[in-house]
Write a protein that binds this ligand. Structure first.
Ligand code: RIB
Ligand code: CA
Length: 307
Protein backbone atom coordinates (compact mmCIF):
# COMPACT_ATOMS: atom_id res chain seq x y z
CA UNK A 1 0.00 0.00 0.00
CA UNK A 2 1.52 3.30 -1.02
CA UNK A 3 1.60 5.99 1.62
CA UNK A 4 0.84 8.73 -0.85
CA UNK A 5 -0.95 9.17 -4.14
CA UNK A 6 0.99 11.97 -5.80
CA UNK A 7 0.56 14.37 -8.69
CA UNK A 8 3.78 16.15 -9.64
CA UNK A 9 3.56 19.62 -11.19
CA UNK A 10 6.92 20.83 -12.50
CA UNK A 11 8.94 22.79 -15.05
CA UNK A 12 11.88 20.48 -16.02
CA UNK A 13 14.48 21.89 -15.53
CA UNK A 14 17.60 20.11 -14.34
CA UNK A 15 16.75 19.91 -10.66
CA UNK A 16 13.18 18.92 -11.58
CA UNK A 17 14.70 16.02 -13.56
CA UNK A 18 16.60 14.62 -10.55
CA UNK A 19 13.51 15.15 -8.36
CA UNK A 20 11.31 13.19 -10.78
CA UNK A 21 13.82 10.31 -10.72
CA UNK A 22 13.70 10.26 -6.89
CA UNK A 23 9.92 10.41 -6.79
CA UNK A 24 9.35 7.58 -9.29
CA UNK A 25 11.98 5.39 -7.62
CA UNK A 26 10.53 5.82 -4.14
CA UNK A 27 8.95 2.74 -2.57
CA UNK A 28 6.29 4.61 -0.67
CA UNK A 29 4.82 7.12 -3.06
CA UNK A 30 2.87 6.43 -6.21
CA UNK A 31 3.09 9.11 -8.90
CA UNK A 32 -0.15 9.14 -10.91
CA UNK A 33 0.58 12.11 -13.17
CA UNK A 34 3.44 14.43 -14.12
CA UNK A 35 1.86 17.76 -15.02
CA UNK A 36 4.08 20.42 -16.61
CA UNK A 37 4.05 24.20 -16.50
CA UNK A 38 6.07 26.97 -18.15
CA UNK A 39 8.71 28.39 -15.83
CA UNK A 40 12.33 27.44 -16.29
CA UNK A 41 11.52 27.28 -20.00
CA UNK A 42 8.49 27.54 -22.30
CA UNK A 43 5.77 24.89 -21.91
CA UNK A 44 6.85 23.37 -25.24
CA UNK A 45 10.28 22.61 -23.74
CA UNK A 46 9.14 21.56 -20.26
CA UNK A 47 6.51 19.08 -21.50
CA UNK A 48 9.00 17.60 -24.01
CA UNK A 49 11.64 17.27 -21.26
CA UNK A 50 9.14 15.57 -18.93
CA UNK A 51 8.09 13.10 -21.65
CA UNK A 52 11.72 12.21 -22.36
CA UNK A 53 12.53 11.88 -18.65
CA UNK A 54 9.79 9.25 -18.18
CA UNK A 55 11.41 7.29 -21.05
CA UNK A 56 14.88 7.63 -19.49
CA UNK A 57 13.58 6.66 -16.02
CA UNK A 58 11.64 3.76 -17.59
CA UNK A 59 8.27 4.64 -16.06
CA UNK A 60 4.90 4.65 -17.75
CA UNK A 61 3.44 7.72 -16.04
CA UNK A 62 1.17 10.09 -17.99
CA UNK A 63 2.65 13.52 -18.73
CA UNK A 64 0.29 16.47 -19.24
CA UNK A 65 0.97 19.82 -20.85
CA UNK A 66 -0.06 22.78 -18.69
CA UNK A 67 -0.03 26.57 -18.58
CA UNK A 68 1.92 28.57 -21.16
CA UNK A 69 1.88 31.82 -19.18
CA UNK A 70 1.54 32.97 -15.54
CA UNK A 71 -2.04 33.80 -14.44
CA UNK A 72 -1.48 37.53 -14.82
CA UNK A 73 2.06 38.68 -15.56
CA UNK A 74 4.48 38.09 -18.47
CA UNK A 75 6.64 34.94 -18.43
CA UNK A 76 10.31 35.47 -17.51
CA UNK A 77 12.12 32.15 -18.09
CA UNK A 78 15.25 30.85 -16.33
CA UNK A 79 17.20 29.63 -19.38
CA UNK A 80 20.36 31.30 -18.02
CA UNK A 81 20.44 28.83 -15.12
CA UNK A 82 18.96 25.81 -16.88
CA UNK A 83 20.33 26.04 -20.41
CA UNK A 84 18.42 26.93 -23.59
CA UNK A 85 16.52 23.64 -23.63
CA UNK A 86 16.29 23.39 -19.86
CA UNK A 87 18.52 20.34 -19.61
CA UNK A 88 21.89 22.06 -19.24
CA UNK A 89 24.50 20.36 -21.38
CA UNK A 90 22.36 17.36 -22.27
CA UNK A 91 20.51 17.37 -25.59
CA UNK A 92 17.52 15.09 -25.72
CA UNK A 93 16.45 13.08 -28.72
CA UNK A 94 12.77 13.83 -29.41
CA UNK A 95 10.54 11.74 -27.13
CA UNK A 96 8.38 9.05 -28.74
CA UNK A 97 5.79 9.32 -25.97
CA UNK A 98 2.87 11.73 -26.50
CA UNK A 99 1.36 13.99 -23.83
CA UNK A 100 -1.78 12.87 -21.94
CA UNK A 101 -5.01 13.52 -23.81
CA UNK A 102 -6.09 16.20 -21.31
CA UNK A 103 -4.07 19.31 -20.53
CA UNK A 104 -3.66 20.71 -17.00
CA UNK A 105 -5.60 21.79 -15.03
CA UNK A 106 -8.14 19.29 -16.54
CA UNK A 107 -5.55 16.48 -16.35
CA UNK A 108 -4.90 17.20 -12.67
CA UNK A 109 -8.64 17.26 -11.96
CA UNK A 110 -9.11 13.96 -13.84
CA UNK A 111 -6.52 12.18 -11.68
CA UNK A 112 -7.79 13.74 -8.45
CA UNK A 113 -11.18 12.18 -9.29
CA UNK A 114 -9.53 8.77 -9.93
CA UNK A 115 -8.39 8.57 -6.29
CA UNK A 116 -11.40 7.29 -4.31
CA UNK A 117 -9.79 8.26 -1.01
CA UNK A 118 -9.67 11.88 -2.21
CA UNK A 119 -6.34 12.39 -0.43
CA UNK A 120 -3.90 13.09 -3.23
CA UNK A 121 -0.71 15.00 -2.45
CA UNK A 122 0.41 17.63 -4.95
CA UNK A 123 4.20 17.88 -5.27
CA UNK A 124 4.75 21.31 -6.81
CA UNK A 125 8.27 21.96 -8.09
CA UNK A 126 7.69 24.96 -10.34
CA UNK A 127 5.44 28.04 -10.49
CA UNK A 128 1.94 27.31 -9.12
CA UNK A 129 0.08 28.45 -12.26
CA UNK A 130 -1.57 25.06 -12.97
CA UNK A 131 -2.72 24.66 -9.36
CA UNK A 132 -4.24 28.14 -9.36
CA UNK A 133 -6.03 27.41 -12.65
CA UNK A 134 -7.28 24.10 -11.17
CA UNK A 135 -8.80 25.89 -8.14
CA UNK A 136 -10.40 28.56 -10.36
CA UNK A 137 -11.96 26.04 -12.76
CA UNK A 138 -12.74 23.30 -10.20
CA UNK A 139 -13.19 24.90 -6.74
CA UNK A 140 -14.21 21.48 -5.34
CA UNK A 141 -10.68 20.22 -6.14
CA UNK A 142 -9.45 21.66 -2.85
CA UNK A 143 -11.41 18.93 -1.01
CA UNK A 144 -9.59 16.20 -2.98
CA UNK A 145 -6.07 17.41 -2.12
CA UNK A 146 -4.70 16.40 1.27
CA UNK A 147 -1.72 18.78 1.05
CA UNK A 148 0.60 20.63 -1.30
CA UNK A 149 4.34 20.11 -0.81
CA UNK A 150 6.08 22.84 -2.76
CA UNK A 151 9.61 23.97 -3.50
CA UNK A 152 9.60 27.74 -3.36
CA UNK A 153 10.31 30.91 -1.48
CA UNK A 154 12.84 31.75 1.20
CA UNK A 155 12.54 31.05 4.95
CA UNK A 156 14.70 34.08 5.67
CA UNK A 157 12.93 35.59 8.67
CA UNK A 158 13.03 39.04 7.11
CA UNK A 159 16.71 39.04 8.00
CA UNK A 160 17.70 40.74 4.79
CA UNK A 161 16.57 44.21 3.76
CA UNK A 162 15.80 43.06 0.19
CA UNK A 163 13.56 39.99 0.30
CA UNK A 164 14.91 37.00 -1.61
CA UNK A 165 13.57 36.66 -5.14
CA UNK A 166 13.08 32.90 -5.44
CA UNK A 167 12.19 31.88 -9.02
CA UNK A 168 9.00 29.78 -8.51
CA UNK A 169 7.38 32.55 -6.47
CA UNK A 170 8.63 35.47 -8.59
CA UNK A 171 7.48 33.84 -11.85
CA UNK A 172 3.82 33.72 -10.74
CA UNK A 173 3.09 35.17 -7.27
CA UNK A 174 -0.58 35.77 -8.13
CA UNK A 175 -1.00 32.03 -8.71
CA UNK A 176 0.60 31.27 -5.36
CA UNK A 177 -1.77 33.75 -3.68
CA UNK A 178 -4.78 31.92 -5.14
CA UNK A 179 -3.40 28.62 -3.81
CA UNK A 180 -2.68 30.07 -0.35
CA UNK A 181 -6.25 31.43 -0.22
CA UNK A 182 -7.62 27.88 -0.64
CA UNK A 183 -6.35 26.88 2.85
CA UNK A 184 -5.09 23.52 1.51
CA UNK A 185 -2.43 22.34 4.01
CA UNK A 186 1.00 23.48 2.81
CA UNK A 187 4.56 22.25 3.27
CA UNK A 188 7.11 24.77 2.04
CA UNK A 189 10.59 23.64 1.01
CA UNK A 190 12.53 26.92 0.68
CA UNK A 191 15.56 27.61 -1.45
CA UNK A 192 17.86 27.63 1.60
CA UNK A 193 17.62 23.82 1.55
CA UNK A 194 19.35 24.00 -1.84
CA UNK A 195 22.21 25.82 -0.10
CA UNK A 196 22.77 22.55 1.80
CA UNK A 197 21.56 20.06 -0.83
CA UNK A 198 24.05 20.41 -3.66
CA UNK A 199 26.39 17.97 -5.38
CA UNK A 200 30.04 19.06 -5.45
CA UNK A 201 32.10 18.52 -8.63
CA UNK A 202 33.61 15.35 -7.05
CA UNK A 203 30.14 14.02 -6.20
CA UNK A 204 29.00 14.81 -9.74
CA UNK A 205 31.82 12.59 -11.02
CA UNK A 206 30.58 9.80 -8.70
CA UNK A 207 27.12 10.24 -10.23
CA UNK A 208 28.60 10.12 -13.73
CA UNK A 209 30.45 6.89 -13.01
CA UNK A 210 27.33 5.15 -11.64
CA UNK A 211 25.57 4.33 -14.93
CA UNK A 212 24.03 5.78 -18.12
CA UNK A 213 21.44 7.77 -16.17
CA UNK A 214 24.22 9.20 -14.00
CA UNK A 215 26.03 10.28 -17.16
CA UNK A 216 22.93 12.15 -18.29
CA UNK A 217 22.74 13.98 -14.96
CA UNK A 218 26.45 14.80 -15.25
CA UNK A 219 25.87 16.40 -18.65
CA UNK A 220 22.90 18.31 -17.28
CA UNK A 221 24.96 19.60 -14.34
CA UNK A 222 27.80 20.63 -16.68
CA UNK A 223 25.82 23.67 -17.84
CA UNK A 224 23.76 24.28 -14.70
CA UNK A 225 24.41 27.80 -13.41
CA UNK A 226 22.47 27.84 -10.20
CA UNK A 227 23.60 31.10 -8.66
CA UNK A 228 22.41 29.98 -5.20
CA UNK A 229 25.61 28.00 -4.68
CA UNK A 230 27.64 29.13 -7.71
CA UNK A 231 30.77 27.04 -8.29
CA UNK A 232 30.25 25.05 -5.08
CA UNK A 233 28.12 22.59 -7.00
CA UNK A 234 24.69 21.71 -8.41
CA UNK A 235 21.87 22.74 -6.07
CA UNK A 236 19.09 20.15 -6.30
CA UNK A 237 16.26 22.27 -4.86
CA UNK A 238 13.37 20.23 -6.26
CA UNK A 239 14.79 16.95 -4.92
CA UNK A 240 14.40 18.43 -1.43
CA UNK A 241 10.64 18.60 -1.96
CA UNK A 242 10.51 15.12 -3.55
CA UNK A 243 12.50 13.56 -0.72
CA UNK A 244 10.37 15.35 1.85
CA UNK A 245 7.55 13.18 0.49
CA UNK A 246 9.48 9.92 0.29
CA UNK A 247 11.65 10.36 3.41
CA UNK A 248 10.20 13.04 5.71
CA UNK A 249 12.21 11.67 8.64
CA UNK A 250 15.46 13.25 7.33
CA UNK A 251 14.00 16.77 7.42
CA UNK A 252 13.43 19.26 10.23
CA UNK A 253 10.21 21.26 9.91
CA UNK A 254 8.79 24.18 11.86
CA UNK A 255 5.31 25.80 11.76
CA UNK A 256 5.06 29.31 10.34
CA UNK A 257 2.68 31.81 8.81
CA UNK A 258 3.58 32.37 5.15
CA UNK A 259 2.12 35.01 2.85
CA UNK A 260 2.87 36.62 -0.47
CA UNK A 261 4.25 40.14 -0.27
CA UNK A 262 5.54 42.37 -3.04
CA UNK A 263 8.79 44.30 -3.14
CA UNK A 264 9.73 47.14 -5.48
CA UNK A 265 13.36 47.01 -6.52
CA UNK A 266 15.21 48.61 -9.44
CA UNK A 267 11.92 49.68 -10.97
CA UNK A 268 10.46 46.16 -10.81
CA UNK A 269 7.83 44.80 -8.44
CA UNK A 270 8.29 41.13 -7.59
CA UNK A 271 6.46 38.73 -5.33
CA UNK A 272 8.18 36.88 -2.48
CA UNK A 273 7.11 34.72 0.45
CA UNK A 274 7.12 36.43 3.82
CA UNK A 275 7.78 33.58 6.30
CA UNK A 276 7.02 34.32 9.96
CA UNK A 277 7.97 31.61 12.48
CA UNK A 278 6.88 33.85 15.37
CA UNK A 279 3.31 34.40 14.20
CA UNK A 280 0.47 33.44 16.58
CA UNK A 281 -1.28 31.39 13.88
CA UNK A 282 0.36 29.06 11.35
CA UNK A 283 -0.72 28.10 7.84
CA UNK A 284 2.26 25.99 6.74
CA UNK A 285 5.01 23.66 7.86
CA UNK A 286 8.40 24.91 6.62
CA UNK A 287 11.46 22.70 6.07
CA UNK A 288 14.38 24.33 7.87
CA UNK A 289 17.05 21.62 7.69
CA UNK A 290 17.92 18.23 6.20
CA UNK A 291 20.32 15.42 7.12
CA UNK A 292 22.47 15.88 4.04
CA UNK A 293 24.37 12.58 4.41
CA UNK A 294 21.12 10.60 4.42
CA UNK A 295 19.73 12.84 1.64
CA UNK A 296 22.61 12.02 -0.72
CA UNK A 297 22.63 8.32 0.23
CA UNK A 298 18.95 8.04 -0.75
CA UNK A 299 19.60 9.75 -4.09
CA UNK A 300 22.59 7.53 -4.86
CA UNK A 301 20.42 4.51 -3.99
CA UNK A 302 17.69 5.67 -6.38
CA UNK A 303 20.28 6.27 -9.11
CA UNK A 304 21.92 2.83 -8.64
CA UNK A 305 18.54 1.23 -9.55
CA UNK A 306 19.58 1.94 -13.15
CA UNK A 307 22.84 -0.07 -12.95
O1 RIB B 1 14.46 28.48 -7.22
C1 RIB B 1 14.56 27.13 -7.60
C2 RIB B 1 13.35 26.69 -8.38
O2 RIB B 1 13.26 27.42 -9.59
C3 RIB B 1 13.44 25.20 -8.82
O3 RIB B 1 12.16 24.64 -8.90
C4 RIB B 1 14.07 25.30 -10.19
O4 RIB B 1 13.71 24.20 -11.03
C5 RIB B 1 13.44 26.56 -10.71
O5 RIB B 1 12.15 26.19 -11.23
CA1 CA C 1 11.49 23.49 -10.91
Amino acid sequence: MKDYYVIIDCDPGIDDAMAIMNAVRSENIEVNLISTVSGNLTIEETVKNALKLTEIFKVDIPVAEGAKEPVKRQAVYASKAQGTKGMGGFTFPTPKKKPFILKSPDAIHYFLCQNPARNTTILCMGPMTNIANLLIKYPEAKDMISRIVFMGGSKDENGSTIPYREFNVAYDPEAMQIVFNSNIPLVMVPMELGHIAYFTPEEQLKIKRANAVGEIFYKMFSKYNDFHVGKLGAAVHDSCSALFLSNPEIFTVEPAFIKIDYHKNDGQEYGYINCDFNAKEHNAMVCVDVDIEKFKKIIYGNLFYYN
